[in-house]
Design a binder for this molecule. Structure first.
Ligand SMILES: [Fe+2]
Length: 253
């Protein structure tokens, strides 16, 4: 298996885009919001962008496509919808796409938007989940309903523990504060807070993160963890009810 590297690029206020590249200097970009920092990076390392992959139609995940196309006119643009500007290939659940550098499996995750898809590379153990899952949180449910979002997060919860996850926004600290305050059990999150604060201190980023850790701490993702079981018992809620309770509270946090 060829090794690939993933560069996390700051975009706009708190968005992330990602540039994957290999030793042959082929590259692909996930969710470009602003083309300038992306082009700057690829020029610096003489990378050739071959593909763009988009998770959903929100502008803060797509607006950089035009600028990249100006520099790389032959780039293939993959997205979940022909309504997303410049899309050449529409992707569906279970599709497998071979890029110049890896293979992505497409998983449909409606909820945040109806068109939302995520990109799984099982060989390299990396997952690009857009605005479906955030570290210690999940996306707002704008277009789908809570049942859909719950089911989409369950799909992620069933994936390999060893995945490294790249999400679309840096919302981690706010998500942590929410869980600490809503559950009134700060001590349960002591260890993860230490870890996240250290990551933010060193790199100003808390992305990527490990799926196994999310399964322990992210109650939007997994309600069967030790913490989840404790909270469910205390509040007398089942898995979906706990998810709904948290999502509704978070919308007004
Ligand atoms: Fe979004």
């Amino acid at each position: 298996m060829n090794s690939i590297s993933v560069k996390v690029i700051n975009q706009l206020k708190d968005n992330y885009s990602f540039i994957l590249s290999n030793r042959s200097k082929d590259a692909c970009v996930i969710d470009p919001a602003d083309s300038y920092p992306i082009i700057e990076y690829v020029n610096k390392y003489s990378l050739k962008i071959k593909d763009i992959f988009i998770t959903h139609h929100h502008k803060d995940h797509t607006a950089g496509t035009e600028g990249i196309l100006k520099n790389f006119p032959n780039v293939n643009i993959h997205s979940p919808s022909s309504h997303i500007e410049y899309t050449r290939f529409v992707l569906r659940n279970d599709d497998e796409i071979e890029t110049a550098i890896n293979t992505f499996k497409i998983i449909s995750t409606p909820g945040h938007t109806l068109d939302h898809i995520i990109y799984l590379d099982n060989s390299h153990k990396i997952l690009f989940c857009g605005d479906t899952l955030f570290r210690l949180g999940c996306g707002r449910v704008f277009e789908g309903d809570l049942k859909q979002m719950f089911a989409s997060l369950q799909k992620i919860n069933e994936l390999d523990d060893n995945l490294k996850v790249y999400c679309g926004h840096e919302y981690t600290l706010n998500n942590l504060k929410f869980l600490e305050s809503i559950l009134n059990k700060k001590e349960l999150f002591f260890n993860i807070r230490q870890k996240i604060e250290e990551e933010l201190r060193l790199s100003k980023k808390s992305v990527p993160f490990n799926l196994i850790e999310e399964k322990s701490y992210n109650l939007f993702l997994n309600q069967n963890s030790e913490i989840g079981s404790l909270i469910k018992k205390e509040l007398g809620l089942n898995n979906f009810d706990l998810f709904q309770h948290l999502r509704e509270k978070k919308d007004n946090f």
